[in-house]
Design a protein around this ligand. Sequence first.
Ligand code: 6U4
Ligand code: NA
Ligand code: NA
Length: 155
Amino acid sequence: GTHRKLLTLVVINDGARVLLGLKKRGFGAGFYNGFGGKVDPGETIEEAAQRELQEEACITAELKDAGVLVFVFDDQPQPWEVHVFTASSYVGEPAETDEMRPQWFTHTDVPFDSMWADDLIWYPYLLRHEYFRGVFAFRQTTKLAWHTMLPPSPD
Ligand code: 6U4
Ligand code: NA
Ligand code: NA
């Protein structure tokens, strides 16, 4: 159908650095990314974000809404709707899991060359705490064809 696939993404930002994970398997393996995954049936988006943060980085955090990204693909039936959250602090110690290897990067050293192409466009909003909405179109899953950043929604 045309239903969007719901996903979450959490970027811990301590003000000087962001905590990212090197994805070890599955979609985006070899790329750095925030922590997150699919929203399971019966859970809210925020519950999914908390669960994935615990599963992938071994931490919990008070999450703030940072933005929403919609990805459309020429080779996948469903668009993806990724809900992005930030947190300035967390509980626990970031640890490597089967899925992710956590690593800190200063704001000027975010490894965009080893990240999804869209990240270069919306991280500046995230780093300056400006809510963002963006639509990104990919060809052959990973090639960014076009994008548009929308103004914040009126609600
Ligand atoms: P499984 O192993 O099936 O349970 P799950 O952890 O639920 O996987 P996964 O890891 O495939 O889902 O989720 C993809 C993750 O990648 C989500 O956190 C969203 C994030 N993501 C997807 N496309 C992205 C993109 N273009 N840029 C970006 N993050 C993206 O920065
Ligand atoms: Na994941
Ligand atoms: Na999952």
